[in-house]
Ligand binder design. Structure first.
Ligand code: UTP
Length: 314
């Protein structure tokens, strides 16, 4: 009997110790210089992939992963993001009157989510943007999701990270292998040891290593799960690469006192933060849509043939 009670108590204890991951932070205060002039007056996060702003794909992944509260870190010129997730009674009324229920449903989908906003006064780096979420997060584990990366996966990428956290209770950094010629564009992990399928212990994290000096090919790709201790390091983090407060530097310091894991998530990741990736994503997503795929495919073939003919005539 005593033994049974002890087991029961330890299960309860465990339940209390492992806090459920319910909060997500989406930093969206960057300048979006790679998309100028489009981003001069419009947030990069509002650029649409087919007919949905990129940030909405991220929010959908969060909701599908069981996240209940989302904080978007915005900055100057980002009002359109707040407006997008606000209700527009006049538009909704017009759609009702015109019987356009399919569009009404699409509009309503953007307002049924718990979204909060905070401003980063100056774009001082990703680490500084995440630090703005300290009061929102409190004493809970949370995820950070970057809008530059959209992941198509059977199990949502963020949910995969949460599953790893439930096993390890440590911070989990989402990574995937990238080719040698692009490692200098990412935060790269220096592995310590592999402990499970796709799950690794990490020695250090290097932000944008010089070509040829990268410790591995595993790049940090826009999905992080942190214990709240990350804030202790963000608060004291000095500017690093590019004079910005780098999240990667704070993760390296967190790893010195508390195990941080890298997890190779499963799914296809699209880089919508740079032009070619954005075009590829638009095309692939359009080709997956039942209402568009036939026409888009026809268009692609026509463009291809026209260009082939032109280059043969040159
Ligand atoms: P990026 O380095 O991709 O910067 O930031 P960016 O401004 O969005 O784009 P480019 O490089 O100028 O074209 C990665 C993520 O961190 C956010 C960005 O919004 C993006 O989601 N970020 C970056 C901030 O929220 N604040 C910052 O100070 C810097």
């Amino acid at each position: 009997m005593k033994h049974t009670i002890n087991i029961y108590l330890s299960i309860q204890e465990e339940k209390n110790l492992i806090k459920r991951v319910k909060k997500a932070v989406i930093p969206a205060a960057g300048l979006g210089t790679r998309f100028l002039p489009a981003t001069k007056a419009m947030p990069k996060e509002m650029l649409p992939i087919v007919d949905k702003p990129t940030i909405q794909y991220i929010i959908e992944e969060a909701v599908e992963s069981g996240i209940e509260d989302i904080l978007i870190v915005t900055g100057k010129g980002k009002r359109a993001i707040e407006d997008h997730f606000d209700s527009v009674p006049e538009l909704e009324q017009t759609l009702i009157e015109k019987g356009k229920s399919e569009f009404l449903k699409l509009v309503e989908e953007t307002t049924n989510i718990n979204i909060h906003f905070i401003r980063q006064s100056k774009p001082m780096g990703l680490g500084h943007a995440v630090l703005q979420a300290k009061a929102f997060v409190g004493d809970e584990p949370f995820v950070v999701m970057l809008g530059d990366d959209i992941v198509q996966a059977e199990i949502p990428c963020t949910k995969q990270l949460i599953e790893q956290y439930n096993k390890t209770e440590g911070s989990i950094i989402g990574v995937q292998s990238v080719s040698n010629d692009v490692t200098h564009r990412y935060g790269i992990v220096d592995l310590h040891a592999s402990i499970d399928d796709g799950l690794h212990q990490v020695d250090s994290f290097v932000e944008k290593p010089e070509p040829g000096t990268e410790p591995s090919n595993l790049a940090i790709l826009g999905r992080y799960l942190f214990t709240p201790q990350i804030f202790d390091f963000l608060e004291t983090q000095v500017p690093g690469t590019g004079g910005e407060i780098q999240l990667t530097d704070a993760i390296t310091r967190l790893n010195e006192i508390q195990r941080v894991f890298a997890y190779e998530f499963i799914g296809k990741r699209y880089d919508v933060g740079e032009k070619l990736g954005f075009i590829q994503t638009t095309l692939e997503f359009a080709l997956r849509r039942e209402d568009l795929k036939e026409d888009v495919w026809k268009l692609v073939k026509e463009i291809y043939e026209e260009n082939l003919m032109m280059s043969n005539n040159q």
